[in-house]
Design a protein around this ligand. Structure first.
Ligand SMILES: *Cc1c(COP(=O)(O)O)cnc(C)c1O
Length: 383
């Protein structure tokens, strides 16, 4: 194995396109100068279609979790009640942030690997009439589930006055998101998943209703105060030194997205999800999720008769292919393949093919080529 060839197929961080890498190596520019102003002005308009909103998309220098915390501290006050949909590790993270800020959390626990049910959410909303906000995870990265965000949003608005706050970190940019049309009040994402950048940028957009709550919120906050970012963005500026190189990379990443077209990008991810799932079906290896709940960006596999960790280890040592393990109680029980961002059907065929060799190496008896062939057929039937 050549050490420089690393095949990174975890659900974030994800590989960086070469042109984005080059854009990030440009000489530094001053963050208060004209070039920066022009850059922010250009980025402002280009981010909106990715979120499906007419509102501003604010840029934070942080990992994705700061964006989750931003949503919490700006929208909700200590002592207020919220519902958090917990369908995996990232829903669970929202509960931890809320509890840290003395917000009263009603958990809606979904079995890991399943999608949240709008009906169940409706029951909870009828039981807890005073909730200020409902928190949900769009793609639950820890289980490979894409939650039915549009339907959950419609239930929230039909049965309550709560704000609907969505963690889209592992799918915004890869999955259709219509923030305004679906009634999503706050949507957040990060740079290192479907946006094809290194970690370090977080994105937060809020609806007009959410902005009302944000303006009136008495909760102290400084670095994560969304009002500061919005006011500065109006002047094409930022309250603190932004991650300049990442913003230069973002401009190029968005140029690539515009060249391909958002609807083509969404179809490519759907196709990669289907190719991956069908490969495992053909090999008779169970997935953690039902196909209808499966995310286009990440697939979780739950082996019945071989060790997920042994497979991960052999793929790494033989081919430099990194796939992810499980989180929390699924540690050791599943493995997860990221197929988002700078990833194509050709990469999926490579992953499946290497996976088959890895399975044979750990003495799992499979017919070589069976998974690859299934994925190839999905590809051909799709075109
Ligand atoms: C990756 C991820 C995050 C944020 O993680 P950071 O490590 O803080 O960037 C949040 N939510 C989901 C769903 C994620 O996949």
């Amino acid at each position: 194995m050549q050490m420089e060839q690393q095949i990174l197929r975890i659900p974030g961080p994800t590989p960086i396109p070469p042109s984005v890498q080059r854009a990030m190596s440009q000489p530094m520019i001053g963050h208060r100068g004209q070039e920066m102003q022009a850059l922010l002005e250009a980025l402002k308009g280009k981010l909106k279609p990715i979120f499906g909103t007419k509102e501003e998309v604010l840029l934070f220098t942080s990992s994705g979790t700061a964006a989750l915390e931003t949503a919490v501290v700006n929208a909700v006050e200590p002592g207020e009640e919220v519902i958090v949909i917990v369908s995996g590790a990232f829903g669970d993270r929202f509960t931890k942030i809320c509890e840290e800020y003395h917000i009263l959390v009603h958990r809606y626990d979904v079995t890991w690997g399943e999608a949240a049910s709008p009906d169940q959410l409706q029951h909870l909303l009828q039981k807890h009439q005073d909730v200020k906000a409902v928190f949900a995870t769009f793609c639950e990265t820890s289980t490979g589930v894409l939650n039915p965000i549009k339907d959950l949003a419609s239930v929230v608005h039909q049965y309550s006055n709560a704000l609907f706050i969505v963690d889209g970190v592992s799918c915004i940019g890869a999955t259709e998101t219509q923030m305004d049309e679906w009634g999503l009040d706050i949507v957040v994402t990060g740079s290192q998943k479907a946006m094809m950048l290194p970690a370090g940028l977080a994105f937060v957009a809020a609806s007009k209703r959410a902005w009302e709550a944000i303006e009136h919120n008495q909760q102290p906050r400084f670095y994560l105060d969304m009002r500061k970012y919005r006011n500065k963005l109006e002047e094409n500026s930022s309250p603190f030194t932004p991650a300049v190189s990442l913003l230069l990379g973002l401009k190029q990443a968005i140029a690539l997205m515009e060249d391909e077209g958002l609807s083509t990008i969404y179809k490519r991810h759907q196709l990669m999800g289907e190719m991956t799932r069908n490969a495992f079906h053909a090999l008779n290896i169970p997935l953690l999720t039902k196909d209808t709940d499966g995310s286009p960006t990440v697939t979780a596999v739950r082996p019945a008769d071989f060790s997920a960790e042994a497979l991960r280890k052999v793929l790494r040592s033989e081919f430099g292919l990194t796939i992810a393990g499980g989180q929390q109680h699924l540690k050791g029980a599943i493995f997860r393949i990221g197929h988002m961002g700078y990833c194509n059907p050709a990469d999926v065929l490579q992953i499946i093919s290497l996976m088959e060799i890895g399975l044979r190496k750990i003495n799992k008896n499979i017919e070589l080529g069976k998974g690859v062939r299934a994925a190839q057929n999905v590809y051909l039937n799709n075109k």
